[in-house]
Design a protein around this ligand. Sequence first.
Ligand code: ZN
Length: 494
Amino acid sequence: MKETAGNSLNNRFENDLDERMAKAIREEKRKQKDRERKRKNKAAARKLVLLLIVLAAAACLCVGLVKLFSSDVFETEEEFIAFADDSFESDSVCPESGVDDREYHFSEETSVAVRRGDWVDGETKSFLDRQINNISEKNNDAKALLIDTAAYTAENGAISAVIHYSTYTVDGRHMKRAVSKVDTYLFNPDTHRVADPLQVMNVNYKSKARDYAQEYFSKTFSKKQLSENWEDYIDSTDGNFNKFVVTSEQVTFFFDDGTVLQEGEGTPEMSVPQTIIGSAIRPVVLERYIDKKKPMVALTFDDGPYTKTETKILDVLERNGSVATFFYVGNRVENDHESALRAVKIGCELGNHSWSHPVLSQLDNKQVMSQIKKTNAVIHKYCGVEPVVARPPYGEFNDRVLKKTGMAQILWSLDTLDWKSRDPEAIFKAVKKAKSLDGKIILMHSIYEESAEATELIVPWLKENGYQTVTVSELIKYRTGRTPKAGQVYKKLN
Ligand code: ZN
């Protein structure tokens, strides 16, 4: 029994031990499982991270490959439209006008897209159409030409328009912007002639714009974006702040690429609210603004009318708000006076260049008088204006002729010799090389294509160099204080 009891005690003890051991083993197994689970989890996590890395690398590679092989060079009309729309969204500088009218002309050569905001009225629209045609003709070597335009009406009635255009070429697999330009135009609402900024704004507007621009550009753009001499483009000198539109809420100024901002940064615009610049807007648009103290020059064209070449001359005059005087040969007027009428409309002067271009001093008194009178009559009949200035053919005259014509005779102080060189660059050079053109009367002929091409160079150059273009009668008026006097010869007025 004892033994049995001892045995049983022993057994119990052994059982206890077994139980404890089993527990320990169970515990150990559990821990091991735990460790195993943790290890597995860790391994899984490592795998996941690795997988993510692999996936990310693959994605990068894909994007790289897509970039390498993709292209925004359009090939179809749909692709061109998508490209044009994208560019219009990102590059537009025209202030909102409420209208957004788009046209697309897809072509194997140059594809053209035009976006119009409001065009205000029919006359402004035809003017803008002419400029759009001109821009299209001159940029026909690009892959794409995008033109963005809108017109606005100011509170003083002034109409202003902006045309922004960019050309794109193909650079490998991508479209690259080559040219980005902005032109603006102001119009007198009554005459619809292109107006000078000072016909619309008071003379102090540039100093207001300068103060605003100083803060605007330094706060809006980084030092890296601003050009080295950006402040030169926002001082209130003649060359600056000439491109702008006036809306009922603001005046928006435009700056060419590579002026205030570094080249390639595009054409920035700056809108100055009415509350700041309103007092610098004239209450009414002036008919004409000529600063008597500033240099002025009279361009004169002989031997027309000749619509074929004069159209080009008038286009460039109109675009620049410039004027000229056309001395017409009477016997040409009846059959060709389309350009003559247009010249009058944009503020040019028509003069008398005899009926049939003879040497007047070789004619008798009656013949001289007939040459002059018949010409004045036909110009009046077809163009609605009576000339008050005349130019003798070949500049040839004598006292008798002078007396008999009864008109002011206009010679010239700068001969471009355009009829002789028939070379636009040489004609342009003849003008540029003069020390000062102030008060000068420049002689050209409107019947040559080369003279018209030279005019396209001369007129913007005169403007850039601070010359105001005036008609012969205006030059006489501003410089002598009188209207042209009959029997008087004018050559130079300074
Ligand atoms: Zn002549």
